[in-house]
Design a protein around this ligand. Structure first.
Ligand code: UDX
Ligand code: UDX
Length: 456
């Protein structure tokens, strides 16, 4: 079959993989190739065991793979034949040099731009899918367009808003798709080519067009606003624990105000994931580099509140359990940064586990999908890994719920209570359990933003 347009995506991760799979599925006349330098990851995409857990993804990959969706490690060849290249390589927070701990590490992005240039002999559209600092497109244009080959590249920003665990749903029915480009004739033509792809399934009124800088900044701002809501309610949760207000009731009451809205107001042990912290720090760094210190400080407090919330959770375990957890078995139920994913990047479970280990607790980690990642995150630490929650809790002094997996709501807690050391404690870092019922069973129950239910 000859294809109308050839699309390439560089980076077969949590964003590149599902996004390209959906484009392939919805645009059968387009050839979609996804490449990655990580051969094991590409082999996995080509196998029955795709490398990321995402509800519903498996079926969509199988339906398109080999027809118009291809996974490969031959980056150079794929660049040569592509008309449109999405770049979805990772942009972690820099760990060295200028801006360490805040600025994004753009080395993979730049290397990718140079590789695109080296292997292109025709003009192409380059689409930023990775979250990038504002004005990255400009730097990319400089690298790409300063070439003696006489070919031209249009750099577009098309940030991805999917959330892990609901990626397929978010891609299939997005709140909006954002396409930013230069407002020159060639920029507008490239914009149209990209809009045409999404128009295969996304209603026109949900496809927003903007200049390229607005698109870049909107992604950072959207994540910062979402994270800010969580830090805001988490700050209130600390106050609830002191005043006997219940954060669930407060959250419900304020969320009913249509100006505030009910979403992203769930108090928790803290937010995790690859994006929120990184993108806020990114925003902080840009603000600082423009001398906007107050703005930087304002957004940085969202991250500080999140780190404090995680520390506070460990502190609550410690004080709740008579100020010592040394030698006590504590079962952590859930390690993923949220339910329905095996991803543990920036998961609050990491800092909770490390905090408990520092207090010399015997930590047992349980999770239905994230144990392999947990082992990498806690490499070198003395931790027990046990997928079965009943076995994890067996003989434990305490259970801490760290991920809101549905299966943890449905456990037989009466059975668990009997298998635990007494007095038995539950720390619900996600507020998913029936606290009153657990208390009546005999547990001492500590939830986020609620007065503790104790038998002593
Ligand atoms: C993406 C974006 O890249 C990030 O900026 C955004 O904020 C979140 O989504 P994600 O898909 O989650 O990140 O990252 P990851 O799963 O790490 O995938 C990136 C892939 O790019 C990796 O598989 C990596 O091997 C690949 N890569 C990296 C390349 O193929 N080439 C490189 O030069 C660098
Ligand atoms: C986020 C954005 O939602 C998405 O649009 C963007 O593209 C990438 O970053 P993701 O990180 O996959 O997506 O997950 P999200 O559902 O936003 O959850 C992030 C963290 O916040 C999780 O740890 C989650 O448990 C936590 N959270 C979320 C809360 O603690 N309370 C809430 O009310 C909502």
């Amino acid at each position: 079959m000859t294809f109308k347009t050839k699309i390439l995506c560089i980076g077969a991760g949590y964003v590149g993989g599902p996004t390209m799979t959906m484009i392939a599925r919805k645009c059968p006349t387009y050839k979609v190739t996804v490449v990655d330098i990580n051969k094991a990851r590409i082999d996995a995409w080509n196998s029955d065991n795709i490398p990321i857990y995402e509800p519903g993804l498996d079926e969509v990959v199988k339906a398109a793979r080999g027809k118009n969706l291809f996974f490969s490690t031959d980056v150079d060849q794929a660049i040569r034949e592509a008309d449109i290249i999405f770049v979805s390589v990772n942009t972690p927070t820099k760990t060295f040099g200028e801006g360490a701990g805040r600025a994004p590490d753009l080395q993979y992005w730049e290397k990718t731009a140079r590789q695109i240039l080296a292997n292109s002999d025709s003009s192409k559209i380059i689409v930023e899918k990775s979250t990038l600092p504002v004005r990255t497109a400009e730097a990319m244009e400089r690298i790409l367009n300063g070439n003696p080959k006489g070919i031209e590249f249009e750099v577009l920003s098309n940030p991805e808003f999917l959330a892990e665990g609901s990626a397929i749903q978010d891609l299939e029915n997005p709140d909006r798709v954002l396409v930013g480009s230069r407002e020159t004739p060639s920029g507008l033509a490239a914009r149209k080519a990209l809009v045409d792809i999404y128009a295969h399934w996304v209603p026109k009124e949900k496809i927003i067009e903007s200049n390229v800088w607005s698109a870049e900044l909107s992604k950072l701002a959207a994540n910062a606003f979402l994270a800010q809501r969580i830090s805001s309610i988490n700050s209130i949760s600390a106050l609830c624990e002191k005043t006997e207000a219940d954060v669930g009731e407060v959250s419900y009451a304020i969320g009913m105000d249509s100006r505030i809205g009910p979403k992203f107001l769930k108090a928790s042990v803290g937010f995790g994931g690859s994006c929120f912290q990184k993108d806020i720090l990114n925003l902080v760094y840009i603000c600082e580099s423009y001398g906007l210190h107050e703005v930087a400080d304002y957004w940085e407090s969202v991250v500080r509140m999140n780190q404090w919330q995680q520390k506070r959770f460990v502190q609550n375990i410690l004080t709740g359990m008579f100020r010592t957890v040394a030698g006590k078995r504590i079962a952590l139920l859930g390690f993923a940064f949220k339910a329905d994913t095996g991803d543990t990047r920036e998961s609050p479970a990491i800092s909770v586990a490390l905090g408990l280990l520092e207090e010399k607790a015997q930590v047992v980690v349980s999770d239905p999908k994230a144990l392999e990642n947990a082992k990498k995150d806690l490499a070198g630490a003395e931790v027990i890994y046990e997928e079965d929650p009943y076995k994890a809790a067996d003989g434990a002094h305490a259970i801490a719920i760290l991920t809101e997996w549905k299966l943890y709501k449905e456990l037989d807690y009466a059975k668990i209570f009997k298998s635990m050391k007494q007095p038995a404690f539950i720390f619900d870092g996600r507020n998913i359990l029936d606290h009153k019922k657990l208390f009546e069973m005999g547990f001492n129950v500590f939830a986020i933003g609620k007065a503790a239910l104790k038998h002593f």
